[in-house]
Design a protein around this ligand. Structure first.
Ligand code: AHR
Length: 357
């Protein structure tokens, strides 16, 4: 293990100095530095493996699930010391956190990139320091100086949403689509991919996208955008695409206040991405029509990547998470995306009970 004592000393100093800054936008350590050495993450020499995780923030339920999963996997019991940074959706903070991890001499850096560009310089610094970087969830478009990426195909998620809507509208006899999109954070690959995928189907089918604005992947953002949509496009829209679950919760609050009915028995079709348990429950109850999964449980796969690296093996460069699509009704049972036929799962109580997050 590299610079272990330096890492532990600086880690402690950084944790103490940031403790006064509150629980967000800071760095914390979840490892004691004295792990048993017999856990799954122990290095080949039996030492604790230090991992710095530069997380996006805490904007959504999805993000909370991702953080909790990482803290569970990269735990002292599993032979890890985790240095965790919550950048609160601020790219400058995220880059500084990574620089801090380099100074601390961690063994590995995990980063979930807030935005998809501006990475080559910091990844070169990691490379020069000999620290392997593993990217999770969102993608990096302007550098390949990382070992592996573990995440979702966001464009496929957007295409799946579009293909489901096309089939659902046909089954319901809806001939005109006037959609409002509530986007995620600007510059995030999750936003870019979902926007592109849905727009590709919309353009092909001749649908109207009345507006597409940034809701920042938050419930408050979704509510704010939907409140303004309800005023600007009153009576003109029949579909709302929310690029995550939390935005959908906010959008439903705004539509309730504006007297707009939505969901299975409503005037407006509403869908989301992520498929956290509360969203799947909304689909079960018919409040939402469909939700398209984005799987936040990358950490166990990252653990496997680290084990491969520790064993001197070369992990795969791109590893895709498994994802499912969920709908309230059984009108559409499958869709074809990128030439692949994919099932649409009708949500039942059993399906909801089986949700892992
Ligand atoms: O990058 C993944 C996206 O970020 C999730 O869809 C969203 O909930 C999160 O904030």
């Amino acid at each position: 293990m590299k610079k272990k004592w330096l890492a532990l000393t600086l880690s402690l100093a950084m944790t103490l100095s940031l403790a006064a800054c509150g629980s967000t936008g800071g760095t914390s350590t979840s490892g004691s530095g004295s792990g048993s050495g017999s856990g799954s993450g122990s290095g080949s020499d039996g030492d604790v493996i230090t991992v710095g995780f530069a997380q996006v923030g805490h904007e959504s339920d999805w993000r909370t699930a991702s953080t909790e999963s990482a803290k569970k996997v990269f735990s002292p019991e599993n032979g890890y010391e985790l240095l965790f940074s919550d950048a609160d959706n601020d790219s400058a903070v995220q880059l500084e956190a990574i620089r801090g991890f380099i100074q601390q001499g961690v063994d590995y850096i995990i980063v979930d990139p807030i935005v998809s560009t501006g990475w080559d310089s910091i990844l070169t610094e990691c490379e020069d320091a000999g620290i392997p970087v593993i990217v999770i969830d969102r993608t990096i478009d302007d550098s390949d100086k990382y070992v592996s990426w573990v995440g979702s195909d966001f464009k496929t998620e957007g295409l799946a949403c579009g293909e489901w809507l096309k089939a659902y509208a046909a089954a319901k006899g809806i001939t005109e689509i006037n959609a409002l999109v509530i986007e995620g954070s600007t510059g995030a690959s999750a936003t870019i991919g979902r926007t592109e995928g849905f727009k590709e189907v919309a353009d092909r089918e001749g649908w109207t996208i009345l507006d597409s604005q940034n809701g920042d992947f938050t419930e408050a953002g979704g509510q704010e955008v939907m409140e303004s949509y309800c005023q600007s496009y009153a009576g003109q829209f029949n579909v709302v695409i929310c690029q995550n679950d939390n935005e959908a919760y906010g959008a439903m609050t705004a539509m309730d206040a504006a007297g707009v009915s939505y969901g299975v028995d409503g005037d407006v079709i509403i869908v989301s991405f992520d498929s956290n348990e509360p969203a799947v429950e909304h689909v079960l109850n018919g409040n939402m029509n469909a939700t398209f999964e984005c799987n936040p449980m990358a950490a166990p796969t990252v653990d496997e990547v680290i084990k491969q690296l520790e064993a001197g093996e070369t992990p795969e460069k791109e590893i895709y998470m498994e994802e499912s699509w969920f709908a309230a009704e059984d009108l559409v049972t499958e869709i074809t995306v990128n030439g692949e036929t994919m099932p649409i799962t009708q949500v039942t109580q059993e399906v909801l009970d089986a949700r892992p997050y």
